[in-house]
Design a protein around this ligand. Sequence first.
Ligand SMILES: NC(=O)c1ccc[n+]([C@@H]2O[C@H](COP(=O)([O-])OP(=O)(O)OC[C@H]3O[C@@H](n4cnc5c(N)ncnc54)[C@H](OP(=O)(O)O)[C@@H]3O)[C@@H](O)[C@H]2O)c1
Length: 337
Amino acid sequence: MVKVAVVGATGYTGEELVELLLRNPEVEITSLTGIVEKESDFSLLYPRFGKKISLICKNLDVAEVAKKSDIVFLALPHTVSMKFAPEFLKKGKKVIDLSADYRLPSDVYEKWYGTKHVDADNLKTAVYGLPELNRKNIKSAAFVANPGCFPTSVILGLLPVIKTVSQKDKAIIVDSKTGVTGAGRKGLVSLSFGELDENLRAYKVNEHQHMPEMKHILSGVSGKDIKLNFVPHLMPIRRGIFSTIYISSEGLDSAEKIYEAYKDTYKNEPFVRLRPMGSMPELSDVRGTNFCDIGIKLAGGMLVIVAVIDNLVKGASGQAVQNMNIMYGLDERLGLV
Ligand SMILES: NC(=O)c1ccc[n+]([C@@H]2O[C@H](COP(=O)([O-])OP(=O)(O)OC[C@H]3O[C@@H](n4cnc5c(N)ncnc54)[C@H](OP(=O)(O)O)[C@@H]3O)[C@@H](O)[C@H]2O)c1
């Protein structure tokens, strides 16, 4: 049995981790921590876990958590993770960090997250945890940087074609829509029911902190400097990411060849499903699952790609569990649907 700790268990991704880890027969959850006024049973904070888990949710004590666990999931805000990751790694624990702290080179991180990176050593060794791209490296990793939610959908949507895209001066256009849990469990007026219900808004147009992550990874895969326009939107739903990607079809292969590239890239992937040519996936197809569903269509001078995921599962905690399974040589589907 793998002994697992969830740090940040009181947040949205932490809660989702508990749900998924309870379904994994090779795992024992041994520690749950958050920032709590009074340490109490986790099922008092989240009654839906009553009779499923009996553990006190404690404030974080690194030595105590490390003593009880083989692997630690850090479901913490960025800047907080990089304070704790080095401590757990020093104690010989495996770590999967769900924050953005270890996904980018330090200069790019500092520019986009507006804060100094304080753990250059572990940044060098962190493996970007997108199994469809990095499975071999994840297998032998002690430290995994779990990808962002928007980047997971966009990178998976583009992987099969990115090497053949010749952009000239044109950028790839990415229009993504997210549910409100993507912002975490914080109480902001802009995220409240009254502001969101029956509404739709674009935000951080070409300024979202996930844009450099997509560019960094896709440029690495393609060997070219990939240009992106990224416009995120907030939808009045709890969970889900719906990314529509537009690429000029000028210079691209035929529709049949492009579709073959998608089929070939994902034929052995347990959590990527390709729709028939021209058929588009919907959010309800993936909600609550670890799947990324992809549809493509070549029409009107454009290759249009739609990639959908559940932000809390394939976009965060599900992918983190998939990575853990790979790190321990387990069936990577364990605990995941
Ligand atoms: N939400 C998503 O869809 C999603 C997707 C991909 C990646 N991520 C990333 O995953 C991480 C967690 O996201 P989330 O949505 O779960 O956020 P969240 O709901 O705000 O939860 C954050 C957790 O961290 C704890 N925490 C905050 N500051 C802390 C500190 N100084 N020391 C110890 N614990 C602290 C919080 O405790 P309290 O609640 O008890 O204060 C809570 O348990 C973030 O870095 C986020 O960017 C999120």
